[in-house]
Design a protein around this ligand. Sequence first.
Ligand code: H79
Length: 681
Amino acid sequence: MKRLLYLFIFLFAVIAHIPAAENKKGDQEDNERMAWWREARFGMFIHWGLYTIPAGEWEGNTNHAEWIRTTAQIPIEQYDKFVDEFNPFKFNADEWVRMARDAGMKYIVITSKHHDGFNLFDSQYTDYDIMSTPFKRDMMEELANACRKYGLKICWYYSIMDWHHPDYLPRRGWENRSPKGADLERYIAYMKNQLKELVQNYGDIGVLWFDGEWEETWAHEYGKDLYNYVRSLQPSIIINNRVDIGRAGMQGLTREGEYAGDFGTPEQEIPPTGLPGIDWETCMTMNNHWGYNKNDDNWKSTEDLIQKLADIASKGGNFLLNVGPTAEGLFPQPSIDRLAAIGEWMETNSDAIYGTQASPFKHLSWGRCTQKSIKGGTRLYLHVFSWPANGRLVVPGVYSQPGRAFLLSDPTKELNVHREEDALIINTPDVAPNPINSVVVLDLVGKPDVNDPPMISAEYDIFIDETNVSITSVRENIIIRYTLDGSVPTLKSPIVDGPIRLTNTARVSARVFRDGKPVSGSIHAEYTKVVPSPDVDLNGIAQGLKYSYYEGSWDQLPDFKALEVVAAGVTSTFDIFLREQSDYFGFQYEGFILLPEDGIYSFYTDSDDGSRFYIGSTMVVENDGLHGMNEERGSIALRAGYHPIRVTFFEKGGGNQLKVSYQGPNINKQAISPQILFHKN
Ligand code: H79
């Protein structure tokens, strides 16, 4: 559907871990379904549940929050007692929704069920819900109604991981609750029943925001099925990518492949650059915790939050900003203060956020930019964090004709704009209209034409005999000139009129020209001619790789050679697990891979946690460290025949998978098949 190969990023992702495919902006139907969400740009996350009663503190440790049942290892019977205590008598749905609305937020995502399994809504499929508390009011219904009243969308967070339901697997490692008799299929039926309640009993729902999808029991087939099920209940609903297993760690974007989900979910981070054509939403806390923690005073400043909102919008994303209400049902005062301050800024400046698109500029020294199409042109919203002291706001590298410019806070007063070479200079008043982020509007004729250099790409940055390099630009009315010796292209350099064939190592430079003048900086890329590594002669080999298995707690790959081998054997796949232990282990696989022809090969490891891939003594893939499923790639030139390989892998906590794949001449990316793996007897 929308998971077209994002070819462009892919080509540049040679060794980097940029996601190659994503939640691409899709067809007409998807565009209509996503329209309100893209327009909204700003929403409120609410984490609320039984865990607010201990408020983050347990037996002297003050750093817990919504994970407290697990992080403090509270036995289930003891945790369940909070049900008898939960009585947020000060809860007022209208007040909460008004605070969100007044901050400029357009939707609310609340934890209908978090990982602890407790339901804040009235569910007929469990007694572990709000109706079993002294409070006994379906606050989700009250919130849904208030949202409707104030014109916000109500959205449900729903955790797939469930530490309470007897059928959910796996159990926590520290628990002595037996998994015997548990049946994940039955648990999925339970989730579907609850999701039906959530989607059908509260009017139209904006988003279903899944989470807790990373444990090894959850699978792509389940995710896809759950996505389709929820869409079948309400076709217009939007579903995040955590419904499936495609999320790439905390960066949150969807990895390459056929995964379900409408948008990526970076958690506590903002992508470093915009991601053209991709829907994503950064969720973030105002202090250090999602659930209420009475000791957490580490609040982000209002300035930081307002600038983060602009930063995210300038990269084409949404901002889902969290509030963790208390057990009484109140927003913490520091959250109230920040929401009000953001609201004050939005009062004047929300045009620069709602319905905007990512900045055309890669970098602006004084702040950020968002844009909207207007009749005959483009409106740029210049978010100025550092107001120019000299009265000159420099908009660098823009060739479009300027139209009007004015302060968003005072549209009646025009600002003077003039050109100095490739920059537009806006004359600004001495005093910033807003100390945190003053928005200057600049209209342009037509689409923004900025001084972006061309793109240089080839399948690999190494080659054996020859390679084709393509140099392209999306800009109009331009020619591209290039050099192969690293020098900056001039008017005398050759013009790009197709792929450039290289037969020797080259430093390719390219630059955009228009009307006999350069209209971009130059960009460079290195392509290196290499001699393929020779194959090795082998006799006495057998199918499969040798593995050695280790146990220990590491934050990065240890030197396995120095460790005691706990178990060893021969395997035909990489995803063997000695199942007694799902955490705190490591593997080293050694043997040979048989390749059919000379060429450049790419190898990939996709692992949780760290892994590396070696050919002989060359580390081809570096994917070390503590992380969720994360894929890295590396490339190497190899002769046909046998090559020594070694793969190392370790797992600390959480998910525990290793996938190894490759790609080569006439071989599409695929898992390494057991048929081509060998070891010496
Ligand atoms: O609800 C809030 C948190 O309680 C929940 N998500 C937000 C919105 C959350 N659960 N866990 N975490 C946040 C951090 C967990 C990170 C890890 Fe993983 C889980 C590391 C390894 C497994 C996620 C999946 C990151 C990498 C893979």
